[in-house]
Write a new protein. Structure first.
Length: 239
């Protein structure tokens, strides 16, 4: 820190001294500091749900958790439909949970702002999240009818957030056209990534190891998000 010193000089003849009642000079405005972290609380809650849910999951035997709560298309035949929902809240590793949490934080913010911070808006937000995840799992089941492969993770639900956010970006905060430039651009990029996963596998993704990636649920989730945000937006509370 340094101190500034000012020498007083006598006023010129005929001039008004600065202490004679004239307007005092105003200090220059300082820089405006924006908050470092200003995501809506629903977006933060989605991250806590994903990462905190996996932390809770690690307290129990992996095989028991997967057998009871993971989803597979074969579960639909004996009527174990609840696993379509419970599997959304399970993950395969810390890296898997952290990656989904990061994507959820990025793509849930536009929806949270659309629905607003009150209880009604929060219920719409989390209802959208769960419905997108359920329909994404059903999309996987449609491609693999009767399959026994286990599916866990919020990737389908987060893909739904991505698709919805693309429409909101195209509509400047409201649902824009289904085939707007953001929807087409993000959709093409997401499809390309998942086609690569389908061809070469998900070995390059953090925490995947030899585990498969339900790329079908990712694509289904994005499409569901694009279409689902329209009717959900009509239910959004009006200020």
């Amino acid at each position: 820190m340094t101190e500034s010193r000012f020498e007083e000089t006598p006023p010129k003849p005929g001039s008004t001294p600065p202490w004679s009642g004239g307007p005092e000079p105003q200090p220059a405005p300082g820089p405006v500091h924006e908050p470092v972290f200003n995501a809506p609380w629903q977006a933060v809650a989605a991250v806590v749900l994903i990462v905190g849910g996996y932390a809770l999951q690690t307290l129990f035997p992996v095989d028991a958790i997967l057998a009871a709560y993971a989803f597979s298309p074969a579960n639909l035949t004996p009527g174990r439909w609840e696993t379509i929902i419970t599997s959304i809240f399970l993950h395969g590793s810390w890296a898997h949970a952290m990656m989904n949490g990061a994507f959820a934080l990025a793509f849930s913010t536009p929806l949270a702002r659309l629905f607003g911070p009150k209880l009604e808006g929060a219920l719409l937000f989390f209802g959208f999240y769960v419905v997108a995840g359920v329909l994404a799992n059903l999309g996987y089941a449609a491609v693999h009818p009767g399959g026994h492969g286990l599916v866990v993770g919020a990737s389908g639900a987060v893909s739904g957030l991505m698709g919805a956010s693309a429409r909101l970006i195209g509509g400047h905060g409201r649902p824009g056209p289904v085939f707007s430039r953001p929807v087409l651009g993000m959709g093409a990029g997401w499809i390309l990534i998942n086609v690569i996963i389908a061809v070469v596998g998900g070995w390059f993704l953090p925490g995947q190891g030899n585990a498969g990636v339900a790329w079908e649920a990712h694509i289904a989730g994005f499409a569901v998000g694009v279409l689902l945000i329209g009717p959900f937006a009509r239910l959004a509370p009006q200020d």
